[in-house]
Design a protein around this ligand. Structure first.
Ligand code: NDP
Length: 330
């Protein structure tokens, strides 16, 4: 079977040379195990961090070992009492076309509720990130002004729609006119800003938010965040979800010193990792599934075809090649 391993650690932006495609044998099934075939593979920005040899909340990927990530897979063979051939499961699995996994590391998913791939997106890790970051940290109130950066991505597009459900005015920042257009027409955002074509971001935000920004859901960091924070309101909440603009930096960029704004305006800024809310996941999934079923949350995916496309799809996240969740169909 094919597998993709980490060939070398990137310095700055990763390239296709940091990965290697190999062919290996699949081992024999033991009791409690299943043979899986990958259907949908998730590529996620946090994987960039795991390519470094640095201590973080998840360990680094090992050189010459398969990359691992969220995968939706089909059971091809089973020595498990709980999973049978044909079941569809979710797990953190190696980038292999076929692999053996223990039943205890897999969750069976219900594809009658939503398409299987949604369990990597709106009904999976990125949907839960949007839900808990917004609801538990930002605590939106009706009438408040919310800004979402990385708004047309997997997390951002869900954050904006949950904020709308909560009665907020929602402004999305994204990197193309196609994306900003879609945020308005398809996902109900009130206003949008294309950060790539806007010269003065601070002014653009000020123009759209005359009463200031009450909630900032930050997926990107860097200069976009500087411009949002320069417009932050009293008692605002900032959820530090992601800093994708900085993941490939080799030096720490220095921005304007805006901490006095946070201090004098009594702003709460909190970083989080979605697993902080693990105990509440069932509750989050329940809400998200209801909203999806009722059409209150729409979702979109960019699906690349073919297992071999995994490295290219991962690199594509850093070039804005996705709208909604970036997924590779095996
Ligand atoms: P996305 O689907 O949002 O994909 C990444 C997007 O980031 C791209 O489409 C691109 O959109 C944008 N982007 C890339 N480079 C830059 C840049 N230099 N400046 C501004 N925008 C950029 O990914 P996810 O929804 O999966 O993740 C969004 C963020 O949330 C990431 O930072 C991720 O690390 C974080 N995250 C955090 C979690 C947590 O537990 N805290 C869990 C999951 C995700 P555009 O065209 O707009 O530039």
């Amino acid at each position: 079977t094919k597998q993709i391993v980490l060939a070398s650690r990137p310095k700055g932006s990763p390239t296709l040379d940091n990965f290697r495609l190999e062919t290996v044998d699949v081992s024999e099934l033991k009791n409690g195990e299943v043979l899986l075939e990958g259907m949908y593979y998730s590529v996620d920005p946090y994987m960039r961090g795991r390519m470094n040899d640095a201590k973080s909340y998840t360990p680094p990927f090992d050189i010459d070992q398969p990359i691992q990530g969220g995968v939706i897979a089909k059971v091809l063979g089973s020595k498990s009492d709980n999973l049978k051939t044909g079941d569809i499961v979710l797990g953190t699995l190696p980038w292999k076309e076929k692999c053996i996994a223990s039943e205890k590391d897999l969750k069976k998913i219900d594809t009658s509720i939503a398409p299987a791939s949604y369990y990597l997106g709106v009904l999976g890790m990125t949907g839960l990130t949007a839900y808990f970051g917004l609801m538990n940290i930002c605590k939106p109130k009706s009438g408040e002004t919310v800004i979402v950066s990385g708004a047309a991505g997997a997390v951002g597009v869900v954050v904006g729609q949950i904020a709308k459900i909560q009665g907020c005015r929602v402004i999305g920042i994204a990197g193309s006119d196609e994306k900003t257009q879609l945020l308005k027409t398809e996902f109900g955002f009130d206003e949008t800003i294309n950060y790539k074509t806007t010269k003065d971001m601070k002014k653009a935000i000020a123009d759209l938010c005359p009463n200031g920004v009450d909630i900032y859901f930050d997926n990107v960091g860097g200069e976009i965040s500087d411009a949002v924070i320069a417009n932050i309101n009293f008692n605002a909440r900032i959820a530090l979800c992601g800093q994708i603009a900085l993941y490939n930096s080799t030096e720490t960029p220095v921005g304007p010193r805006l901490q006095p704004m946070l201090l004098t305006r009594s702003v709460l800024m909190q970083g989080f990792i979605v697993s902080n809310f693990q105990d509440e996941f069932p509750q989050g999934i329940k809400h998200l599934a209801e909203w999806v079923k009722d059409g209150k949350i729409k979702f979109t995916e960019t699906i690349e075809n073919g297992f071999d496309q995994l490295p290219k799809a991962l690199l594509g996240l850093f070039k804005g090649e996705n709208t909604g969740k970036m997924i590779v169909k095996g």
